[in-house]
Design a protein around this ligand. Structure first.
Ligand code: GLU
Length: 420
């Protein structure tokens, strides 16, 4: 059952399911390769105490998991959210190394997080907490070891604080130790938009394969945060209407298409899509099953369950979130013939532009937005094509093909490095 065990146990189960046709134990006997690929290299779990503005103290659990570095230094975001657990961070770190392998960039995978209601903190409390996190991790992160980035509830401001705290702890000015920074501090043009933009690029490729014209098509966004809003903007450039958008508090719909720019402004001002004057409020439970061509789950894990999957009406699903679909639901959607662009491909635009930011930082030579976007598009289209061709040849899902491509790349590198 896909709902048994922790989110990490389920991620591991899914990996082993997709690795099966590769017969790794048979082809590489005695190497323990499957165990190596499903066990994190290093887990750091620690306590962060924070002095609040009123002088009281609060304590928060924090984590960094370095899962696998066979293809390059650990890479992956930082999530500051009340639902963060070690098991979740392990699953997210696991998916990161698969994702970097899917798009063929020279990184491994890691992830970090703090279990905290981050949005409820003041700006000064946020800065102190983020800087403390960087100081505790100072010896374990760096340009050639482990490079953090944004994830849920973190963005350029948190990356700026992290990089400054790291600079003060180590005495070194090093921009490439973290990505997703503000432009003034060595960030890359196009990085903030990259996850949603990349999701749109992969959905447009899938639409072409499925013979769906994006112009006039409809889209539903579950989770109108960073990834969701930029997916809506990019698909809007192709004529696709976003008819439903939701967040953790509310859902709005407009069958003629929501004014995405106005909705972004409303959300930035009020903190939610709730009470948006350009749409009608709807039951958030109906968002994933609303009638549409494109569905973008862009919130947290395990939203599309076996109960919801039979009722989904979308033709193409672009997983902007990490792990939004349970294993049972994955099989149901495949049986129903719905095209699902798996998270490890659909949301890989973010880490792809993180890679470009790291490259630019190492050269201290900066690219134009056009150069960044063109290079991202080339990588994602190439990864999509490789995966779609393999899926077609093997008569299987995009996710199976993506995992096979990724696992083969990592296995080759792991075996070349040796076990010692
Ligand atoms: N947190 C993002 C992800 O899940 C980006 C990671 C990165 O840029 O390193 O892919």
């Amino acid at each position: 059952m896909s709902t048994n065990g922790s989110v990490f146990d389920r991620a591991k189960g899914l990996f082993l399911h997709y690795a099966k046709p590769l017969k790794l134990d048979e082809r590489h006997p005695g190497t323990k390769i499957l165990e190596r690929l499903t066990t994190p290299d290093k887990i750091m779990a620690f306590r962060l105490s924070l002095q609040m503005d009123d002088g009281s103290v609060q304590v928060f659990p924090a984590y960094r998991v370095q899962f696998n570095d066979d293809l390059g230094p650990y890479k992956g975001g930082l999530r500051f959210h009340p639902q963060v657990t070690l098991e979740e961070v392990k699953a997210l770190a696991f998916w990161m190394y698969l994702k970097t392998a899917v798009v063929n960039i020279p990184f491994g995978g890691g992830k970090g997080g703090i279990t905290v209601d981050y949005k409820s903190l003041s700006t000064a409390e946020k800065e102190r907490l983020t800087k403390k996190f960087a100081i505790v991790l100072a010896n374990d992160i760096g340009e050639n070891t482990d490079i953090p980035a944004p994830d849920v509830n973190t963005g350029p401001q948190e990356m700026a604080w992290m990089s400054h705290a790291w600079r003060m702890s180590t005495g070194q000015y090093n921009r490439a130790m973290i990505t997703g920074k503000p432009l003034d501090l060595g960030g890359s043009l196009g990085r903030t938009e990259a996850t949603g933009h990349g999701c749109a690029i992969t959905m447009l490729e899938a639409a072409r394969d499925a013979g769906i014209d994006p112009n006039g098509a409809t889209m539903v966004i579950q989770g109108f945060g960073n990834a969701g809003r930029y997916a809506a903007i990019e698909m809007g450039h192709q004529g696709t209407k976003t008819i439903v958008a939701s967040d953790s508090r509310a859902a709005v719909h407009n069958p003629d298409g929501l004014d995405v720019q106005a909705l972004i402004e409303h959300k930035d001002k009020t903190g939610s899509v709730a009470n948006f004057p350009g749409g009608k409020t709807m039951d958030p439970n109906g968002v994933l099953t609303a009638e549409c061509d494109f569905l973008v789950p862009a919130a947290l894990e395990d939203c599309i369950t076996a109960e919801i999957a039979p009722k989904i009406q979308a033709k193409i699903i672009g997983e902007a979130a990490n792990g939004p679909t349970t294993q049972d639901a994955i099989h149901i959607l495949y049986e129903r013939g719905i095209t699902v662009i798996p998270d490890v491909l659909a949301n890989s635009g973010g880490v792809t532009v993180s890679y470009f930011e790291w490259v630019q930082n190492r050269q201290e030579y900066y690219w134009t937005r056009e150069e960044v976007i063109d290079r991202m598009r080339a990588r994602l289209v190439n990864a999509y094509r490789e995966i779609a061709d393999r899926a077609k040849a093997e008569d299987t899902s995009l996710r199976q093909a993506a995992y096979e491509n990724a696992i083969e790349r990592v296995v080759r590198a792991a075996l070349e490095r040796g076990a010692q």
